[in-house]
Design a protein around this ligand. Structure first.
Ligand code: BDP
Length: 709
């Protein structure tokens, strides 16, 4: 009998410990370092947490869960500071001077050791309870990553005001470009049923400081603006409010027409203006802190002001005026390109938006993708950054990996995010980085921020690929502080999501940091871009040339011919380079000075062009593709060695996914090289892996049910 119950206990224990990934980076497993464990237990022995708001209740609950897990002991939490208090958590703590608090704004926090000897107290404070909640999460991160907390003096203020996720989730629960199952929001059972996931999602976001979520797809559906759906939106907003998260919706520009109430959606028509005013009042009556609208207009078939011969500013301003009395904002996307315009797609957003600089209302932000084409594995920064000084520009990154291996490739995106943020626009002299444009500091915009297109779905581990979580994490951390390094963020995430084992942390962090470059090599080396398959965008198809819109075809972008390969965007070609400040453009303009990672982005070069390595361009292409495949093989080796130090479940998942990634890296290499070889007419050097199949074979592959389409 005894053995039987022991077995049961063991079984129970192992189910509890199942690492299905649901807990994300908030696992709170027992601290293994006994010295630290003792100091953490001492410092959290007697906690006073003052204030009775829902947000403070969340802070309390988080501390209880976390400390019980981390220290193995349920902490005592009282409402009032006493003689024995070791950890004090309160808004506007009198333990700090007014001057110290005054610089924190309404989201920053301080974690500080005060007093000495027996009177020593660690204080977590902020001007608001939201700030306190952020401080508590930061404090818990210190414990999770096994930092000393003996003497702390941390002051942290977010560098950006809007730190957002954009969900491309449809009301029927499909997710455009989603690779982790369905939408976490079940609109059918809302508002009555609040799934545990809704709060777990909010908690994860709050732990990073994400403070806004756009619930619906940019390819918008006006149904979300109807009364029954607004009740559902209210239920979500009520759930997210205590976590400091505001809810936003995408506004379909033609909603007044689709509602059946008006014959037009012309933004200058007073009936249309009134329709939106009424709609917005209706929303704010339900959601008093509604964030505002995100709008994709006159882009890829979406309706917009141009349908009525009005420009983007006229469209945005109409909504902005209607929402201004409620302190709401309009985020207008700059992702526009038209089949009717024959100019390089790269240039179109700039051409349309730069003349509108200064014409937007103060509560409008223009949301710009990191690059001018579309979330490619590598793109130079978008020329709009720095070119619209009077308009706040909000950064849009893609966390979901539409063009970066989707659900099966391990690609850590912080290096991509950082590469863009650290790029110099030169718009106000050297050092005018993209980060300074989007954090508002360059032009003094109080409204500023960063958004990521989410990679979250109903998969048990939220993101499909276990390492996809790291990209959600990195987006949030960088939105809070873009000066953090990609390495520091990866290390935190590994420690919290896996283990503090130093060997594991070092090896896996290294693997993550190299992963993006590896992917660029096996997909889009030397500045190639947009050579993926049509529609679902899964896998290579550089040969596609028959789509109705020229700029949808890969051949438009690589321009391979017998003479060479690449897109001439210099003054002899499309002159997209002319849209950049000379400080940035000068080095790119000359193939001899252009960094090779952008070479074919800006230049059409002969196959014999001599590369820095001494190889010809063709041989370098072969080399890069092979490097990419080898890079994945190295990731497999790393995981094989280090991965054994983690749980069986995730070890096996990642191992299988890396096998797929390796196969697919070879697929990219072989399909692309065989195709480009039809122009270069040169052999793939024998030192490199040779294609497994014929070009025709790769051309016939079909994936009718590839996800996210
Ligand atoms: C492209 C996606 C498409 C999106 C579009 C956008 O393929 O699904 O709707 O971007 O950002 O990358 O609007």
């Amino acid at each position: 009998m005894k053995i039987y119950s022991l077995l049961l206990l063991l079984l129970f224990h192992s189910t509890l410990k199942a690492e299905d990934g649901y807990r994300l980076w908030l696992r709170y497993d027992r601290v293994t370092n006994s010295r630290l464990l003792e100091s953490y237990a001492r410092q959290t022995r007697s906690i006073a947490l003052t204030g009775n708001t829902p947000t403070m209740a969340l802070a309390e609950k988080e501390l209880l869960t976390a400390l019980s897990g981390l220290t193995g002991r349920k902490p005592e939490i009282t409402r009032q500071q006493g003689a024995t208090t070791t950890l004090l958590i309160e808004t506007a703590s009198a333990k700090l001077s007014k001057a110290e608090l005054s610089t924190l704004g309404d989201e920053g926090f301080i974690i500080k050791t005060t007093g000495t000897g027996a009177g020593q107290v660690l204080v977590i404070t902020a001007n608001t309870d939201r700030g306190v909640l952020y401080g508590v999460f930061h404090f818990l991160r210190l414990l999770q990553t096994q930092e000393s907390i003996a003497s702390l003096n941390i002051r942290s203020v977010p560098r950006m005001k809007l730190r957002m996720l954009n969900h491309w989730d449809n009301l029927d629960r499909t997710v455009e470009r989603g690779y982790a199952g369905f939408s976490i929001w079940n609109w059918h059972t809302l508002p009555g049923y609040i799934d545990q996931r809704y709060t777990d999602y909010a908690r994860a976001n709050a732990s990073l400081g994400i403070n806004g979520t756009v619930l619906t797809n940019v390819n918008a559906n006006a149904t979300v603006l109807t009364p029954p759906y607004l009740q559902k939106v209210k239920a979500l907003a009520d759930t997210y409010r205590p976590y400091g998260i505001k809810v936003y919706l995408t506004a379909r520009f033609s909603a007044p027409v689709e509602s059946g109430q008006l014959p037009t959606a012309d933004p200058l028509d007073p009936r249309v203006q009134l329709w939106w005013k009424n709609k917005i009042s209706e929303i704010y009556a339900l959601v008093p802190d509604f964030g505002g609208f995100l709008v994709k207009a006159n882009s890829e078939g979406q309706p917009g002001p141009q349908d009525y011969h009005r420009n983007h500013a006229e469209g945005a301003n109409m909504l902005a005026d209607a929402i201004a009395p409620f302190k709401g904002i309009v985020i207008w996307r700059a992702f526009v390109y038209s089949a009717e315009v024959s100019d390089d797609r790269h240039k179109q957003a700039y051409n349309e938006f730069v003349p509108l600089d200064g014409k937007f209302r103060p509560n409008v932000l223009v949301q710009v993708k990191n690059g001018a084409i579309d979330f490619m594995p590598r793109e130079p920064f978008h020329p709009l950054f720095g070119a619209m000084p009077q308009t706040p520009l909000l950064m849009e990154f893609q966390v979901t990996q539409e063009y970066l291996g989707q659900g099966t490739h391990l690609v850590y995106l912080a290096p991509l995010f950082k590469e863009c943020l650290d790029s110099d626009t030169y718009s106000k002299g050297k050092g005018s980085t993209v980060a300074k444009v989007v954090d508002g500091s360059l032009q003094g915009h109080a409204l500023n921020g960063m958004a990521g297109v989410a990679n979250i779905g109903t998969d048990i581990n939220w993101t499909g690929h276990p390492f996809g979580q790291a990209n959600w994490y990195a987006l949030g951390r960088l939105a809070w502080d873009h000066q953090l390094s990609a390495a520091a963020i990866a290390e935190e995430w590994v420690r919290m999501s896996y283990t503090n084992d130093p060997g594991f942390v070092q090896e896996i962090t290294r693997m993550m940091l190299a992963s993006r470059e590896t992917m660029v090599q096996y997909m889009n080396p030397i500045g190639l871009h947009h050579i993926m398959a049509t529609g679902h965008h899964y896998g290579p198809a550089p040969w596609i040339a028959d789509l109705s819109r020229p700029e949808w075809n890969p051949v438009y972008y690589h321009r391979a011919d017998s003479a060479g390969i690449g897109f001439d965007r210099t003054s002899s070609g499309s002159n997209a380079l002319g849209q950049y400040h000379p400080g940035a453009a000068a080095t790119w303009a000359d193939p001899d000075t252009c960094p090779e990672e952008y070479l074919l982005w800006f230049h059409h070069l002969p196959w014999q062009h001599r590369m820095k390595s001494g190889r010809s361009l063709w041989n370098e292409l072969c080399h890069q593709y092979n490097q990419g495949v080898e890079g994945v093989a190295r990731m497999q080796e790393t995981w094989e060695k280090a991965g054994k130090k983690t749980d069986e479940q995730r070890y096996r998942q990642v191992k299988m996914l890396l096998n797929i990634q390796h196969q697919e890296a070879k697929w990219w290499r072989d399909a692309c090289l065989l195709y480009f070889q039809t122009f270069s007419r040169q052999p793939i050097p024998a030192v490199y892996g040779q294609p497994e199949h014929s070009l025709d074979y790769y051309k016939t592959l079909r994936f009718p049910y590839a996800p996210g389409n």
